[in-house]
Design a protein around this ligand. Structure first.
Ligand SMILES: Nc1ncnc2c1ncn2[C@@H]1O[C@H](COP(=O)(O)OP(=O)(O)OP(=O)(O)O)[C@@H](O)[C@H]1O
Length: 225
């Protein structure tokens, strides 16, 4: 299992000649087997931080490490391989490919990287779908699904490669209370298996179910729990 560390992370955006500092010497370490919630007002930089920790954004100051591997030292190919094999992303907008079935959407991350056995993958899709409650949707197309169902498909896709680190941006945003509770329960189950879970959420009830809670303010993290 993998420890994710960010040290002295800084990031600015410049717009209309104005520099906006979003992250400012921010450091954090996420330990395997723990579940951390990241809260804070809209526009404060939560997604920006998630994108850096998830190795999607290289344009920042500071270092991001997975165990002993300092990701800043890797080339784009190595970085993509690490991201694809170790990190599961549950993004805010459920981006599914419309012309592919739910099953094929879930399998998308497996077409990159090392070849995996088809029968094993088929079994894994079935297992995940049952766990997440979307087993009846596997042969449907995204347009036939509700927002909440799409979000659960995105979760299944994030987990198909069995990543050690799960980064979730508002994973319960478009779910009703019952489905939200089952997604949080699943994240807790993954943390109990030794995975590292970081969840961005606006929902206090969801945050409360995490072991650690950090609030983002002025480019830094304040530990609330
Ligand atoms: N590509 C970009 N160009 C310019 N500014 C950006 C860009 N991406 C983000 N920002 C700015 O950086 C700040 C932080 O954005 P970010 O999306 O990280 O916030 P957030 O806390 O995740 O917000 P929300 O809770 O609404 O999702 C915002 O003020 C936003 O306008």
């Amino acid at each position: 299992m993998v420890k994710l560390t960010g040290v002295k992370l800084s990031k600015s955006f410049s717009q209309h000649g104005q520099e906006q500092r979003v992250l400012w010497d921010l450091s954090l370490a996420l330990t395997p087997g723990t579940m951390t919630a990241l809260i804070g007002p809209s526009g404060i930089g939560k997604s920006t931080l998630l994108n850096i920790l998830g190795l999607l954004d290289r344009d920042y100051q500071g270092t991001v490490s997975l165990d002993q591997t300092v990701t800043n030292d890797l080339n784009d190919r190595e970085l993509a391989h690490l991201r694809n094999s170790q990190i599961g992303f549950v993004l805010q907008e459920a981006l599914l490919i419309e012309r592919l079935t739910v099953r094929k959407n879930i399998l998308l991350p497996t077409i990159y990287g090392d070849k995996q056995d088809k029968a094993v993958l088929a079994h894994r899709v079935q297992q995940l779908a049952t766990q997440i409650g979307i087993e009846t949707l596997l042969d449907k197309y995204p347009r036939q699904l509700s927002g909440g169902q799409k979000q659960r498909v995105v979760l299944a896709r994030a987990l198909i490669n069995d990543p050690d680190i799960i980064l979730a941006d508002e994973p319960t945003g478009s779910l009703d209370e019952q489905n939200a509770a089952s997604v949080v329960a699943l994240l807790a189950q993954l943390a109990a298996q030794g995975k590292t879970v970081l969840t961005v959420t606006h929902d206090h009830l969801v945050a409360e179910q995490h072991q650690y809670i950090f609030r983002m303010a002025s480019g830094q993290l304040v530990k609330e729990r």
